[in-house]
Design a protein around this ligand. Structure first.
Ligand code: GCO
Length: 255
């Protein structure tokens, strides 16, 4: 099996929400596979530190702080990135937030914020980048969904709805954009101890439940998401489009 199937040398990847957590870890994985990295986030200090850490590891990286929920800001940023860095070959729509409260108590503003960041932003950034990928007749889009695109648990209603929608949007993007030479897929992470889940990881009862509920018997390590992202971004997945690859330690496969 040729290793060039997974080689991303000469490709440029934009990862939204990549100043820390899963997004930065995916950026490190894509960089290790040869991609030039374009980071995005809201915190410029974190972004600068992330660019520095990638450069220290010998990788090429730049950072563009823009609000992924603002259509005008997204279009301007994508135009600037392509003018200053070059064509975006790989887009990872990773930016996401969480809000936990019973649905009966969930404030409409919380609902809106989760849907805007976790779903509408996938559409906005996807549209701005895909218009340019279509013109070039090539591109890879990887949307970060969740196991919560298949199931739910109490107190995360907006996140569950948003991630279910990301899968539907992924299939719609694949339907319309695969004929133009793109592929569009999603990764569905299970439980990973990121900043978003600190409260859960520090809850011994939740961790005990998760370890018993998950066939792998543990939280995932964020680096364990890198392989799925490299695969979907690479030539190895040239005939894969509209799919969701769950990385969840077997959780969704069992009751
Ligand atoms: C929660 C967690 C989950 C995880 C998800 C990641 O409150 O249950 O935040 O929603 O974030 O497993 O895809």
């Amino acid at each position: 099996m040729s290793t060039t199937l997974f080689d991303l040398t000469g490709r440029r990847a934009l990862i939204t929400g990549s100043s820390r957590g899963i997004g930065l870890t995916l950026a490190r994985g894509l960089a290790a596979a040869g991609a030039e990295i374009v980071l995005n986030g809201r915190d410029t200090a974190r972004l600068d530190a992330a660019v520095g850490s990638l450069a220290d590891a010998g990788h090429t990286a730049s950072a563009y702080p823009f609000d992924v929920t603002d259509a005008d800001a997204v279009e301007a940023a994508v135009a600037t990135i392509e003018a200053e860095q070059g064509p975006i070959d790989i887009l990872v729509n990773n930016a996401g937030i969480q809000a936990r409260a019973p649905l009966a108590d969930m404030a409409p503003a919380q609902w809106n914020a989760v849907l805007e960041t976790n779903t509408t932003a996938v559409f906005l950034v996807g549209q701005a980048v895909a218009r340019r990928m279509i013109a070039r007749r090539r591109g890879r889009i990887v949307n970060i969904a969740s196991l919560m695109a298949q199931v739910a648990r109490p107190t995360i209603g907006p996140y569950v709805a948003a991630k279910h929608a990301v899968v539907g949007l992924t299939r719609s993007m694949a339907t319309e954009w695969t004929p133009h030479g793109l592929t569009v897929n999603a990764i569905g992470p299970g439980y990973f101890a990121t900043e978003m889940n600190t409260a859960l990881a520090e809850d011994a009862a939740f961790t005990a439940w998760l370890e018993a509920r998950t066939p792998a018997g543990r939280w995932g390590r964020v680096e364990e998401l890198q392989g799925a992202c490299i695969f979907l971004a690479s030539d190895a997945a040239g005939f894969v489009s509209g799919q969701v690859l769950y990385v969840d330690g077997g959780l969704l496969a069992t009751i």
